[in-house]
Design a protein around this ligand. Structure first.
Ligand SMILES: Cc1cc2nc3c(=O)[nH]c(=O)nc-3n(C[C@H](O)[C@H](O)[C@H](O)COP(=O)(O)OP(=O)(O)OC[C@H]3O[C@@H](n4cnc5c(N)ncnc54)[C@H](O)[C@@H]3O)c2cc1C
Length: 417
């Protein structure tokens, strides 16, 4: 990590104060909250499309840690360094980096208030905080100690490394339980990929252990036939799949996932809580008390003018997954629309978004799903293009290589190298 590129909030404040252009309002100012796949892409593309815009990215982490490929860390086939990238490329693109969390967004005064107290003024703000968790749905988990014991590892970072350690420390013959909430969730295929990675580890190093998936949904959410074939052919007897098994609570002491019907006890339990828009996006939630609706041409919030929301915090359009590829594409469409709006021009009336999602079913074999989503003028939503996209015919090594280059490319595209 090239730390010198990452200014502390105070330093950024002092630095900004020395730039009258930014504060006198001569150059338009965009503040981006969240440096994940959506926010980092939007920040970088704003600068690429119009270098006169003053772009500030607020992100608490000093490096980017990728959720895609993080399941390979759990399998023991990649290290945390392999999925960690510096933010320096964004600084080189002219994005001002503020290492802090946004504490609130004042839409009236057009300011993002930082956790450490300062405020950043904006003409437009991009809110891309990913997901947060609905802990109240699992009462015993609504507690800091429980949350530090029963891990989700659904935000790549320290929890990924800790869940790997829990698997390493689990005795041979142990049971690893993965609990999946009802859709929609971040990365629908991700939990089943995780099951493959844990099974690959057990097949190699803990042959008497097994993975039990308790899924609140009625079937595997994505690439179902391909995952089931991988479990049957690569990991016979190692993966047990239970659909219609919604977790309603957790007994932390006994490592038991309490289900609507029956309980499942494990040696390591990995509970993915129901998800909602990241907390900082709460004022812009308009759908089911969970997600943020936007105008798909601009990603402007339906709740507030001048506020753009993207990535996993969104209320999805039909058949649109919450994925890194999606967040990356949304970041570009949003950046382009903001540039047009700031220059008093109409945004692209017909944007297209793509999704490609690879799942590693072993250390080398992969499968994918792809789709294309186009703006529908009449219904004012993004709709899948019939016949575009599809699924892998079968798992194979070439797709494994494509998966690795997909990751390298999207990291470079979002972060600028
Ligand atoms: C195990 C796993 C595997 C996955 N595999 C794939 C895959 O193979 N392909 C794929 O396409 N997708 C995959 N995904 C999904 C993908 O990671 C997400 O869809 C993507 O990260 C969404 O991007 P985002 O920008 O909305 O959120 P994120 O990438 O999570 O970024 C949000 C950022 O906002 C920051 N933030 C939050 N709150 C604040 C605040 N108040 N102030 C400042 N910053 C804040 C966070 O620190 C974070 O950096 C996977 C997810 C998981 C969990």
């Amino acid at each position: 990590m090239r730390r010198r590129h990452f200014l502390g909030a105070g330093a950024a404040w002092a630095f900004s104060a020395g730039l009258p252009r930014a504060w006198a309002g001569a150059a338009p100012r965009v503040v981006v909250v969240g440096g994940g796949f959506g926010g980092a892409t939007a920040a970088r593309y704003l600068r690429l499309l119009d270098p006169s815009i003053d772009v500030t990215l607020v992100e608490p982490n000093d490096a980017f840690v990728s959720c895609p490929l993080s399941n390979l860390v759990l399998g023991g086939f990649r290290a945390m360094e392999d999925i960690t990238r510096p933010y320096g490329g964004l600084a080189a693109s002219g994005v001002r980096l503020v290492r802090d969390s946004a504490a609130s967004i004042d839409v009236e005064r057009k300011q993002v208030r930082l956790a450490r107290g300062e405020s950043l003024p904006f003409d437009r703000v991009v809110v891309a905080p990913g997901v947060d968790f609905m802990w109240q749905e699992l009462p015993a988990m609504n507690d800091a100690e429980a949350q530090s014991t029963v891990l989700h590892a659904w935000k790549a970072g320290p929890q990924t490394a800790r869940l790997r350690r829990q698997l390493e420390e689990m005795p041979d013959g142990g049971v690893f339980v993965i609990s999946i909430p009802e859709a929609p969730l971040r990365c629908p295929p991700g939990p089943y990929e995780r099951a493959c990675q844990a099974a690959a580890y057990f097949r190699k190093s803990k042959r008497r252990s097994k993975v039990v998936i308790v899924d609140a949904n009625e079937d595997v959410l994505s690439k179902g036939a391909l995952f089931k074939r991988a479990w049957a052919e690569l990991y016979p007897g190692l993966v047990e799949y239970q659909p219609n098994s919604k977790a309603i609570d957790v007994d932390v002491a006994t490592k038991t996932v309490k289900l609507e019907f029956g309980d499942v006890k494990g040696d390591v339990i990995n509970v993915l809580p129901p998800m909602k828009a990241g907390n900082i996006a709460a004022p812009f939630i308009t759908a089911n008390g969970r997600w943020c609706e936007v105008d798909w041409l601009t990603f402007e919030s339906k709740a507030a003018r001048g506020v753009h929301v993207l990535g996993d915090s969104l209320q999805i359009a039909p058949l649109m997954p919450k994925s890194a590829t999606m967040a990356n594409g949304q970041g570009k469409v949003c950046a382009s629309a903001i540039v047009e709006l700031l220059n008093d021009r109409p945004p692209n009336p017909s944007p297209t978004l793509l999704n490609t999602c690879y799942s590693m079913v072993s250390d080398r074999l992969s499968i994918h799903v792809a789709s294309v989503h186009k703006y529908d003028d009449r219904e004012r939503t993004m709709k899948p293009v019939p016949g575009a996209g599809g699924l892998s015919a079968a798992m194979n090594e070439l797709e494994g290589e494509y998966a690795m280059s997909w990751a390298r490319n999207i990291w470079a595209d979002a972060l600028g190298g």
